[in-house]
Design a protein around this ligand. Structure first.
Ligand code: ADP
Ligand code: MG
Length: 360
């Protein structure tokens, strides 16, 4: 586990604190739709306040404004929501990515940011895989510490890299080529790796199953991966005919031309739910189906099995987190990471550039 300087060890009293957070959250009609990332930094805010910080300046990016002011990506709704969640006084600065210098780790921009504080705190695990001025640049100028959320993310995701025997990794979503290094690594650490989503389609195809009109990657899956018997794929699927839009569940060897696999099927969901309930530990990232279009059944079934069984788990990615949050879960058992891409990169490398910048 990377050893970082912790905010718990810093002398905070009377200091101006500059804290990078990741408040890149969905906003609609001036309202924050999902405030999990806001709630997640409240312990750090409280600690800073209790230890007598002179002031707390928060910096974040929102969306991809690409260096220009985009009205819909202003931080005002986030500022308002955070004030409902905490009494701790803070100032939230405007979207960092309105300035083109943020994403290229511009030195002058980092220096400007650094004038805002005496101490820098990084509590933005979810964006710490980026070489940004507010992640890397500032940490080189000011004394830099990990916030409590950052510490917890590091601790929990490091745990996922030393799973007990019999543990299960579940990986879903799309873009096999971007997840291949992760899948290879997990196959060396976990007894079983269950592959759903479009990733599963790629392995099904490589194993000679008909995938019809399903989404598959351009690059084929290497035989060393496809042939690994720790790698599990669905035995049935929810399919839709792309012409008629008719849906049905199909055995995996019976997917017809013109049909797309859009979710794992009911038999697979049931069998995998049993695995989830029996495993000592589960790492899970990515949906089993096209979640945003309503193909939520497979993902939700696994989420329910996980929380019902009280299986210890580390979960990453927006859709997967949303599925778990539909059910009441024990936060001492299930850790929901605030990260998506950062989780995948941390699991592959065991660290992130923004974490390296906080090392002892
Ligand atoms: P992103 O980084 O864009 O969130 P992910 O790798 O997390 O992408 O994958 C999520 C995406 O995977 C979702 O947009 C979902 O629609 C897609 N997906 C999941 N299962 C399937 C499937 N069977 N066919 C096509 N797309 C799928
Ligand atoms: Mg995702």
């Amino acid at each position: 586990m990377p050893e970082v300087r912790s905010i718990r060890e810093a002398d905070i009293s009377g200091k101006r604190i500059l804290m990078r957070v990741d408040f890149n959250v969905p906003i609609k009609g001036g309202k924050v739709l999902d405030d999990m990332r806001l709630r997640a930094v409240i312990p750090t805010l409280t600690l800073l306040h209790d230890k007598g910080a002179a002031n707390i300046i928060l910096i974040t990016h929102v969306g991809r404004p690409e260096g220009k002011v985009v009205e819909e990506l202003r931080v005002a709704p986030i500022d308002a929501r955070l004030r409902e969640l905490t009494q701790v006084p803070f100032e939230l600065r405007e979207n960092l990515r309105f300035d083109p210098r943020e994403e290229v780790n511009d030195e002058a921009f980092a220096k400007e940011l650094a004038t805002l504080g005496d101490i820098f705190v990084n509590d933005a695990f979810a964006v710490s895989h980026r070489f940004a001025a507010s992640i890397i640049g500032v940490a080189k100028i000011l004394p830099a510490y990990a916030g409590l959320l950052m510490e917890k993310e590091i601790e929990q995701l490091s745990k996922a890299l030393t799973p007990p025997r019999g543990s299960l990794a579940i990986i879903g979503g799309a873009k096999f080529e971007t997840k291949q290094p992760l899948i290879e690594k997990l196959l060396s650490l976990y007894d079983k790796v269950l592959l759903g989503g479009a990733l599963g389609n790629d392995v099904l195809k490589a194993r000679g199953s008909p995938v019809g009109a399903s989404l598959v990657s351009v690059l084929p899956v290497p035989t060393a991966v496809a042939g690994n018997d720790r790698l599990w794929v669905a035995t049935d699927a929810a399919v839709v005919n792309t012409q008629t839009q008719m849906g049905r569940s199909a055995l995996i060897n019976d997917v017809r031309a013109g049909e797309s696999i859009l979710d794992i099927g009911p038999a697979t969901a049931q069998a995998w739910s049993k695995e989830v309930a029996q495993a000592p530990f589960v790492l899970w990232s990515g949906p089993m189906g096209v979640y945003e279009k309503g193909f939520t059944e497979g993902t939700d079934a696994l989420a329910q099995a996980l929380v019902d069984a009280g299986t210890g788990a580390v979960v990453g990615g927006g859709d997967t987190a949303a599925a778990i949050q539909k059910f009441s879960f024990d936060p001492n058992k299930v850790f929901i990471s605030t990260g998506g891409g950062a989780v995948l990169q941390f699991l592959v490398d065991g660290t992130l550039p923004g974490i390296e910048a906080l090392k002892k």
